[in-house]
Design a protein around this ligand. Structure first.
Ligand SMILES: [Zn+2]
Length: 446
């Protein structure tokens, strides 16, 4: 007890100095941020970074070299990744009138036959409806899942909840329809806005079912097809998709560290994913996250700050269509002593706080130490079961986990479309996000 009492003032002063350093980190980032410059390289100079592509390989090289230039140890840890390549994607209605249909293949989709598919379109809005219609009605047809995101949830800052509900049809829709003999599926794009922009994303084929082609139409085209069917018209669609799945290739997670001064074996992880979809340059998903993580490391280095514990930056490969990077990291580093993990994969709009896996007294104790985050309105913590896909294996293993929550209102307007470009990110908001991550990482590492 005597020892503890003697030690107590030290603890208090450590925590007070951690907070004043966090204040300084936030102030410095807001004044001198280079996060947007980094994001410009990742998006404009490197381009789209779909797993297995030249862009993804370039991103591994450039980020590695950048960490090295900033003066920190960096490694590339090998990850075998899928290599899916988009091809042509065209569709028209051939009945009741000639309409161009704007769609995009869902990531992982197989191709149509070379001449395409021409078939009647049948609309459903649930998996139960497939069962009701049965093979008699669905065999040989193009099944159309018409499930818009719940805009009431989007407007009330629960866009991720709306996304999780609607995305079920993108992920499992093809195999569920294949079970009843459908020839192909089209979904209404999962997004909260559309200027006739289709939203891609990944699907998962059930190995027990035949693989059928799957695409996402724009909201406008989905509404057209819906109106025609509602008027009792026979809707026939012709569609050609020519994607290919090539053999897996070797890629890498990029890992950089600022070693802790007192407990270097204890790790605070900050992570984002380096890959993007191929339709655009992945500025909001997840170039902005990568920029925040890199900028945090640059900033701490520039401020000559050495935390007591190690801060480890991990740029994960293949979050979008396989999560192989996250799985590989958990396999290689599951035994490392992670004291916390922070993921940023929800865009680059102004910060609103963090989701977290910790609760109760632990969370309350943390909240007393994270007051500096109020300077960038990031001091709100919301308990969630999953805070980030790449760190999920760590979260499930009990590592206290955090996910940055930038304002989600417009995230799914651009998500996975050809409009996910640098202009969608505001440099000031990106700096605020980075300040939030850097300050939280610092506090956790002290
Ligand atoms: Zn993402």
């Amino acid at each position: 007890m005597k020892n503890f009492v003697r030690f107590l003032p030290l603890l208090v002063s450590l925590s007070a100095s951690a907070q004043s350093t966090a204040d300084a980190i936030i102030a410095r980032e807001l004044q001198t941020s280079r996060a947007y410059e980094t994001l410009g390289h990742i998006t404009d100079d490197i381009g789209a970074r779909l797993t297995g592509s030249q862009g993804a390989a370039k991103a591994v090289r450039w980020t590695t070299q950048q960490f090295r230039e900033w003066g920190m140890p960096v490694t590339n840890e090998p990850v075998m990744v899928p290599h899916w390549v988009r091809g042509r994607e065209e569709a028209r209605l051939v009945s009741p009138a000639d309409h161009n249909i704007v769609l995009t293949a869902i990531g992982g989709s197989v191709a149509t036959p070379a001449a395409g598919i021409t078939a009647d379109v049948i609309e459903v809005d649930s998996f139960d409806e497939l069962k009701t219609l049965g093979a008699a009605k669905l065999r040989g047809k193009i099944v159309f899942y018409n499930n818009p995101m719940d805009m009431e949830l989007v407007r009330t800052h629960r866009a991720f909840e709306a996304y999780r509900i609607a995305v079920a049809f993108r992920g499992a829709g093809a195999s569920r329809a294949a079970e009843y003999g459908a020839k192909a599926v089209v979904i209404r794009s999962v997004g909260s806005a559309s200027l006739r922009t289709p939203h891609t994303g990944a699907l998962r084929y059930d190995p027990k079912q035949p693989k059928i082609p799957a695409a996402a139409m724009t909201a406008e085209d989905a509404m057209l097809v819906h109106r025609l069917l509602a008027r009792g018209k026979r809707v026939r669609m012709h569609m050609i998709l020519t994607p290919r799945t090539l053999p897996d290739v070797m890629s890498a997670n990029v890992i950089a560290e600022i070693r802790g001064s007192e407990k270097p074996e204890e790790i605070v992880l900050i992570g984002a994913h380096l890959d993007s979809w191929d339709l655009a340059t992945g500025a909001i998903d997840d170039g902005s996250g990568v920029a925040m993580v890199m900028e945090t490391m640059r900033l701490l280095k520039e401020m000559k700050l050495t935390p007591r514990r190690t801060i480890r930056a991990v740029l994960f490969m293949n979050e979008e269509n396989g999560s192989r990077g996250g799985q590989q990291y958990a396999k290689d580093h599951g035994k490392d002593k992670h004291v916390a993990a922070i993921e940023t994969d929800a865009g680059g709009a102004a910060p609103t706080g963090f989701t977290t896996s910790i609760k109760g007294d632990t969370l309350t104790a943390l909240e007393t130490r994270t007051k500096p985050l109020a300077a960038v309105s990031a001091n709100r913590f919301e308990v969630a079961a999953e805070v980030g896909a790449d760190i999920d294996p760590l979260t499930q293993a009990g590592v206290p986990s955090f996910g940055l929550v930038p304002e989600p209102l417009h995230y799914f307007d651009y998500h996975h479309t050809n409009a996910d470009t640098l202009d969608k990110v505001d440099p000031k908001e990106l700096a605020q996000d980075t300040a939030a991550i850097a300050a939280l990482a610092w506090i956790l590492a002290e």
